[in-house]
Design a protein around this ligand. Structure first.
Ligand code: FPP
Length: 239
């Protein structure tokens, strides 16, 4: 039933665009924030499952640089859910040996949230299990702009010359630093776009879209994405 999981190649780096919380709530006649609450539960369950499946790096798109355009009540509700989620997850991350890193510009969050983000990273930094990147106030273009500025500073300060600027050097200036590029990017909620997620890193990522709304996304849905990934032929521009 469902094929033999052990024979499937599990990608090293998986990114997920968690979409559909609002529609999930609307379908049930509930306010949008309820969808985010259930979405946070999915986040918790699926992170644990994916780590046990042997994925090395999981990058989850939690809040984009564009999501601030939402009504303030929704943004406030999302921030409250994030805070609660982080507090609740500290022990789960420890039990599962998960290393946690936040990518994106954290400087805009309120000071208590920044402390919690820093603490979550700090207590997890020596862990050896899966690396979980949580993208918060993250935008791919914003990340590239930041990298360009860092590189210009290096040139200005005489640390490098323009000839030293290579693909790997640019990568080292991204939030994801020296991590390998994502092999597979999953988007829930049925849309077929990247929405400013990992723009530089996703050049050769396999893209998988599912109609399943994020609060409904389960282990079986992840396994389906892995099965589909195993049917893809990755050529990285070759033949
Ligand atoms: C996408 O659904 C969700 C978001 C933009 C943000 C909130 C994400 C979560 C609460 C997931 C959990 C994350 C953490 C860190 C706990 P949408 O609102 O765009 O849905 P729609 O497309 O149906 O409107």
């Amino acid at each position: 039933m469902g094929g033999n999981k052990t024979e499937l190649y599990v990608p090293n780096h998986v990114g997920i665009i968690m979409d559909g919380n609002g529609r999930w709530a609307k379908k049930r006649g509930l306010p949008r924030y309820v969808g985010h609450t259930y979405g946070a539960q999915t986040f918790k369950n699926i992170t644990r499952y994916i780590s046990k499946r042997g994925v090395g790096i999981l990058t989850l798109y939690a809040f984009s640089t564009e999501n601030w355009k939402r009504p303030p009540e929704e943004v406030n509700a999302i921030m409250k859910i994030f805070r609660q989620y982080l507090v609740d997850s500290l022990t789960d991350f420890r039990d599962d040996d998960i290393k946690v890193v936040f990518i994106g510009d954290r400087s805009v969050f309120d000071p208590k949230m920044i402390d919690l983000i820093n603490e979550t990273e700090e207590v997890a930094k020596n862990r050896k299990g899966m690396l979980l990147n949580i993208a918060m106030n993250y935008g791919g273009r914003d990340e590239i702009v930041r990298a360009v500025k860092l590189i210009c500073n290096d040139v200005r300060d005489g640390k490098i010359t323009p000839d030293d600027i290579t693909d790997n050097f640019i990568k080292s200036k991204l939030y994801t630093g020296s991590e390998p590029d994502p092999d597979l990017i999953i988007r829930t909620g049925g849309e077929h776009r990247l929405s400013n997620f990992l723009l530089y890193q996703s050049a050769y990522s396999e893209f998988y879209s599912t109609e399943t709304l994020w609060p409904d996304f389960k282990a079986e849905d992840f396994d389906k994405a892995i099965e589909e990934f195993n049917r893809r032929s990755r050529r990285f521009g070759g033949v």
